[in-house]
Design a protein around this ligand. Structure first.
Ligand SMILES: Cc1ncc(COP(=O)(O)O)c(C=O)c1O
Length: 326
């Protein structure tokens, strides 16, 4: 029985859903949403704050500031509350209302950018707001998840070794790409380990991370309007791009089987299905995909019929899908 005194101390690192009976796909889905921050970003947030403390960057007057589509913001709100810091999150209008309220409930201040930047989209606009804040007041400390090495190091220290230990014969790992912290931490770990693991990045159509053209994207978490500085494409074996309607369809299929996951999980699962169908259709292999969070934060968006119709129009993936069992 775990007994804790701080919410950071609890995380479920060893829970997988076997998608074979659920979707007919030979994939183990690593669930990262079972902690008090509700997402994989707890590990990046905790590691970045701990290392900033060790480096003497944080004082009692410091105000943490970060640009986040939501989940890192929630994790930092929680950590700031437990460690006695102030925290200001700069997000944008795509951030789920529930996520924004969660940050505020944890004591954070939230600034919401409503206009995308000409070239860099919403991310560009958020980053320039953070720059302005830091230039105006020296108390702001920007951990900067887009450049901070400890973002990927968190996954190199925790996420990848946990997968390696549970799946000694791992063949393929599917990881969604936002800041690419999770992706780079896992890719570097498996490359260094010398194990023949194929690491496949999964991204959203409309993201520029892997050289695609920028297009509007509505589901937070994955994708970027500015190429992530942490990305080293040499560490990655392949990339799959998933259109958002396919993400929604995958989420609805998982929900129809009782698993309510977040948007990026739908993208990663859809990407894994595409990649396996193309590259290993008949092969017996061990594949793992990472599910960054759960579905409650998306009830007003991708699990809401009106929202899905408004956003995707004729592409609206609303038809109930058959769940394959057995
Ligand atoms: C729901 C969700 N999925 C995926 C990601 C991407 O993770 P990373 O930034 O490590 O690439 C994030 C990051 O915020 C997220 O919140």
């Amino acid at each position: 029985m775990p007994v804790i005194t701080s919410p950071e101390e609890f995380n479920t690192e060893d829970l997988y859903v076997d998608l074979r009976p659920v979707l007919g796909s030979p994939v183990y889905l690593k669930c990262e949403g079972f902690n008090f921050a509700g997402s994989i970003k707890l590990k990046a947030a905790a590691t970045m704050v701990e290392e900033a403390e060790k480096a003497g960057l944080l004082t009692r007057d410091s105000i943490l500031v970060e640009s986040s589509s939501g989940n890192l913001g929630v994790a930092l709100s929680m950590i700031a509350a437990t460690r006695g810091y102030r925290f200001l999150c700069v997000t944008d209008s795509r951030c789920n209302p529930a996520t924004r309220r969660m940050m505020e409930a944890l004591g954070a201040e939230v600034h919401t950018v409503t206009e995308p930047d000409g070239e860099g989209g919403f991310l560009g606009a958020r980053l320039s707001h953070v720059h302005d804040l830091c230039a105006a007041d020296s108390r702001y400390v920007w951990l900067n998840q887009y450049t901070n090495e400890f973002n990927w190091i968190a996954h190199h220290r925790i996420t990848a070794p946990a997968i390696a230990q549970r799946f000694p014969n791992l063949d393929v790992l599917f990881v969604g790409a936002g800041t690419t912290g999770t992706l780079m931490g896992c890719a570097r770990y498996f490359r260094e380990s010398g194990r023949p693991v194929t690491v496949v990045a999964v991204d959203t159509v409309g993201s520029v991370t892997f050289g695609g053209l920028p297009q509007p994207r509505m589901i937070p978490g994955l994708g970027a309007g500015v190429r992530p500085q942490l990305l080293d494409p040499a560490c990655i074996d392949d990339v799959v791009m998933v259109p958002e309607p396919e993400t929604v369809r995958a989420c609805h299929r998982l929900a129809a089987a009782g698993f309510l996951f977040g948007g990026s999980t739908g993208t990663v699962v859809a990407g894994a299905q595409r990649w396996l169908a193309r590259h290993r259709p008949d092969a017996e292999l061990t594949a793992v995909a990472i599910a960054p969070d759960l579905g409650e934060r998306y009830l007003d968006t991708l699990y809401q019929e009106t929202w899905v119709r408004e956003v995707y129009g004729d592409d609206a993936p609303l038809a109930p899908l058959t769940v394959t069992r057995g």
